[in-house]
Design a protein around this ligand. Structure first.
Ligand code: PHE
Length: 446
């Protein structure tokens, strides 16, 4: 006997969970630096267009398939397949999604572990454990390994409790806190010297860059990663939405929240970098670009916080708490993908499934930690640049080419009776059938 499926108890709960999945390191770390090194507001502009023209339709495809099937990605895709070949394809795409998202989690947990370590650092200094503090901020295998385990434990703890008592409850607490901390930090950083220069750098468009192919590739990759697409995450969250809910509306709200928080994060990170510049911190790399990789979060910003004196301790605490929250609400959505499959398909009990799958992913994370230079970049590239957009393409193909158009409409009509005459149904089917696949392919082969 399968256990009863979970369901989000309210629109707010779903919005917090889904935007929690979407808003992660990709928004607070990836987006602002991508924007700064790709022509500022020109990137922002391109990103907004791509996010709404390409990523939003793909997001809707996952939500609609998920809610229709009320099942994990593999079962869901198989249920809309039209024959033996497409059923096989469904199996393949679903599995590839599960493997991809598990690997994404395995590197995400490492970076999230750093965020916890950097959050503890100011606390250690307050209680004058200086030795411990410097251990926390030194890039060492032992530290990375320990914090991977800590972070994965937190993720497993939430997923064990299920959709309502785990995901929804925690996302509803954490996401409002995230927005509150973010706004508070922006307000503070704006008062510091140099902030306005950063703002100018972020918001003044260099339109000569808009047609740059690299900018397009970066913006699309950013949009797909940021909306958690292609790996079944949004599909599984969609499967927990009530049949009374208006899908196009909630999908739009998730996209707006995700993009909005990315744009907000830019208002924090860029000004902070230029404040750091004024304080004598190195913010440009050898090629003259802004430091964007791990260096930004684990060297530029901590150096800035150290320069701020006592206030810096609180700013650092707030900032790394923000990063940890953003990570956690995303990591739970990643772990939910394989766990839902194990629970529904193999009838494993949820707590057990969460523990076993979480442990396997932790193990993979540790293998990466111990072979960081060989594996880390490789796993990031293969999962986010190669696998994710390609799988996103297949989800579009399933929604537009394989699934019966009339069934799609019937699903949307639940919760939105008049959908047939609405704007969404006028535009989306065409987009998802032609524009999205072609655009993904073009960018993919760049
Ligand atoms: N959207 C998350 C972020 O921006 C990452 C993510 C990718 C989450 C894939 C779930 C699935 O950080």
């Amino acid at each position: 006997m399968a256990a009863a499926r979970g369901e989000f108890s309210s629109r707010f709960g779903f919005l917090m969970a889904a935007s929690g999945s979407a808003v992660g390191l990709g928004n607070i770390w990836g987006f602002p630096t991508n924007a700064a090194s790709n022509g500022g507001a020109a990137f922002l502009f391109t990103y907004l267009i791509l996010a709404f023209a390409l990523a939003y339709p793909a997001l809707m495809a996952e939500l609609i398939i998920g809610r229709h099937a009320r099942a994990n990605a593999i079962t869901a895709l198989r249920s809309i397949a039209s024959g033996p070949r497409t059923r096989l394809l469904a199996l393949f795409v679903g599995f590839a999604g599960i493997i991809t998202v598990s690997l994404i989690l395995s590197f995400y947990a490492i970076v999230s572990g750093w965020m916890i370590a950097y959050f503890l650092d100011p606390l250690a200094r307050i209680v004058q454990m200086d030795g411990f503090a410097s251990w926390l901020t030194q890039d060492a295998v032992a530290r990375n390994a320990i914090f991977v385990v800590v972070f994965m434990y937190m993720t497993i703890y939430i997923i064990r409790a299920g959709v309502k008592d785990g995901i929804e409850r925690w996302a509803s607490r954490l996401m409002p806190s995230l927005i509150f901390i973010l706004v508070l930090l922006i307000g503070y950083v704006f008062t510091l010297p140099g902030a306005m220069e950063g703002l100018r750098n972020y918001l003044l468009p260099d339109f000569s860059r808009v047609a740059d192919p690299q900018l397009l590739v970066d913006a699309m990759g950013q949009a797909f990663f940021s909306l958690s697409l292609g790996v079944g995450t949004m599909l599984i969250y969609g499967s927990y939405i009530s049949k009374e809910e208006n899908l196009p509306t909630v999908g739009t709200l998730v996209a707006l929240l995700d993009v909005g928080i990315a744009v907000l994060a830019g208002l924090l990170i860029l000004p902070a970098m230029y404040v750091a510049l004024g304080a004598g911190v190195q913010i440009f790399d050898a090629n003259g670009g802004l430091i964007a990789g791990p260096g930004l979060i684990v060297s530029v910003l901590p150096e800035l916080f150290n320069n701020m004196g006592t206030v810096g301790v609180f700013v650092a605490l707030a900032f790394f708490l923000l990063m940890t929250i953003a990570s956690l609400t995303s990591s739970i959505s990643m772990l939910e993908v394989p766990v839902a499959y194990a629970v529904e398909h193999h009838k494993v009990e949820r707590p057990r499934a969460a523990l076993i799958i979480g442990a396997i992913i932790t193990l993979i994370s540790l293998i990466i930690v111990f072979n960081f230079d060989q594996l880390f970049d490789l796993v990031v590239t293969v999962t986010t640049e190669m696998s994710q957009p390609l799988l996103g393409l297949f989800f579009c193909i399933f929604a537009a080419w394989i699934w019966q158009r009339n069934e799609v409409l019937q699903e949307i009509k639940q919760g939105s009776a008049n959908a047939e005459n609405g704007l969404f149904w006028k535009i989306w089917p065409f987009y998802i059938k032609f524009i999205c696949p072609i655009a993904i392919l073009i960018v993919y082969f760049q």
